[in-house]
Design a protein around this ligand. Structure first.
Ligand SMILES: *Cc1c(COP(=O)(O)O)cnc(C)c1O
Length: 234
C-alpha cells in the first residue's frame, strides 16, 4: 500500500481510539493500540513504525520471528494467533504478551520453555465469548477454572483475558459480549487467585474496536483499518 495512505489510516485509527476513550471517560494511555501486521510486507510495518506504533501483532510463529529479526528492537510484539505447542520454544522469550492461551497443556508448555530461557511469560486466557464452534478459546464458564489451574505455573503470569468477537456488520451487536468479558474479568479478579492478574482486556478489532474501548478494552488489535485488506492468495 502507498505510504501516504498507510499514514492516513494510522492517524485516523489513532483519532478514533482517542475519541472512544473520551466518550468512555478514559485516558488514552489506558488503551494500547496493537497494529496487526499479519501478511503485510516489512515496508508497510516500517511506515507504521515511523508513524509511532511500537506494538505489533502477528498470528503465525514463522512470520512473527521473521519480522522480529527485521524490525527495530524497541517494538513490543504480540502473539495473537492460535499457538501450537511445538512452536512455543521459538517465541517464548521474544514476545511481550501471548494473547491466545486456551488450554492447560499449552500453558504448561509455555511454562517449560520459559524456564529453559529463564524468563517469565505474560499470557492472556482466550475466551470464546460467543461460543462459536469455528473459534479457539475456552467457554466463559471455563475461564476461571483455567486461571486457577495455571496459577501454580511459576514461569507464566496470567495478565487478563482476550476475546475475538463475532464478525458482525453493526459493531453495536458485540457490545454485550465485550460487556460480559469485562464482567468476567472483574469476577476473576475478585477471586484473588495467586499469580493471576486481570489488568489486561484484549478485545476489539477493525470492525468493533471503539465499542470494545467503551466497554473496557485495554488492548485493541487493529489490522485492516491500518494496513488495508489482506490478500491470502498472494
Ligand atoms: C487478524 C486479527 C486481528 C485484526 O483483524 P482486523 O479485523 O483486520 O482488524 C485481530 N485479532 C486477531 C486475533 C487476528 O487474528
Amino acid at each position: 500500500m502507498r505510504k501516504e495512505e498507510l499514514l492516513e489510516n494510522y492517524k485516523s485509527v489513532e483519532e478514533r481510539v482517542c475519541a472512544a476513550c473520551k466518550r468512555a471517560g478514559r485516558d488514552r494511555s489506558e488503551v494500547t493500540l496493537i497494529s496487526v501486521s499479519k501478511t503485510k510486507p516489512i515496508e508497510d510495518l516500517n511506515v507504521i513504525y515511523e508513524a509511532g506504533s511500537r506494538n505489533f501483532g502477528e498470528n503465525k510463529v514463522q512470520e512473527l520471528t521473521g519480522k522480529i529479526e527485521e524490525m527495530p528492537k524497541d517494538i513490543d510484539w504480540h502473539m495473537i494467533g492460535h499457538l501450537q505447542r511445538n512452536k512455543v520454544k521459538y517465541i517464548v522469550d521474544k514476545v511481550k504478551l501471548i494473547h491466545s492461551v486456551d488450554s492447560y497443556r499449552l500453558a504448561e508448555e509455555i511454562n517449560i520453555q520459559a524456564k529453559k530461557k529463564g524468563v517469565v511469560v505474560p499470557i492472556l486466557i482466550e475466551v470464546n465469548a460467543a461460543e462459536e464452534t469455528t473459534k479457539f478459546g475456552v467457554r466463559l464458564d471455563e475461564a476461571k477454572q483455567l486461571c486457577e489451574e495455571v496459577s501454580h505455573l511459576d514461569a507464566i503470569h496470567v495478565m487478563g483475558l482476550m476475546t475475538i468477537a463475532p464478525n458482525v456488520v453493526v459493531p453495536e451487536e458485540n457490545r454485550e459480549i465485550f460487556h460480559k468479558i469485562k464482567e468476567l474479568s472483574v469476577d476473576i479478579a475478585n477471586q484473588n487467585i495467586d499469580n493471576v492478574d486481570m489488568r489486561i482486556l484484549s478485545m476489539g478489532m477493525t470492525n468493533d474496536f471503539e465499542v470494545a474501548i467503551e466497554e473496557g478494552a485495554t488492548h485493541v488489535r487493529v489490522g485492516t483499518a491500518i494496513f488495508g485488506e489482506r490478500n491470502y492468495n498472494l
